[in-house]
Design a binder for this molecule. Sequence first.
Ligand code: ZN
Ligand code: FE
Length: 255
Amino acid sequence: MPLEIATIPCLSDNYAFLAHDAANGQTALVDAPESGPILAELEARGWSLSHVLLTHHHWDHVDGLAGILEKHPAKVIGAAADAHRLPPLDQQVSDGDTFEIGGEPVQVLDVSGHTVGHVAYYMPQSSVVFTADSLMALGCGRLFEGTAPQMWASLSKLAALPDETIVCSGHEYTQSNAKFAVTVDPNNTALLQRMADIDRARAEGRPTVPSTLALEKATNPFLRATDPAIQAHLGMENADPTEVFAEIRARKDRF
Ligand code: ZN
Ligand code: FE
């Protein structure tokens, strides 16, 4: 049975996630932006934490951890590469490592780019990947530490997961990402349809996260650097996808 996923809005535009195994009662939290909403969600559902998975060191993904651990003394897992700047870890993981939550394997993917040491957690049996600030809904994280080739490699790794994979990313930036996406991919009907869906969801106060990998591949310009229409629109026909990605990222930074 797939794990039950709960999406928890935190701070002004962050998301944390709970992944719960009904069979054995284990529950993993992915990222800890702030303790209040996460503790409230656990209480409302009657779940207690067994694991905390950290994606990267930014404060808006870890600052709630201490307050959560006071009530839920869970095992904290994060990247070995980031151990020096993450809260204390009980288990350090690296690209290619696998561990288990509730009897289900969790694969660690290095997705450096936004930061160097950022990891994603992929649970193939539940078809869900936690990407935080790497692949985001209609976007990708800003390149604070890594390079464009590094982020393109990370996004390509995520794009190779099965289409039906549920993408749990770290922020509600989708509506502003859409305004940018349409400037580089103006004739993409799937994108225009998604923009309408996003506007409706936000008007009704609903989150636009999670999404699916199929939808991201069809509409997210940062996964579409090989797309001939985008390349033509940028005047970069047949260019190296890494260069096309770098140009799209640079334009977004100026947008
Ligand atoms: Zn971040
Ligand atoms: Fe963030």
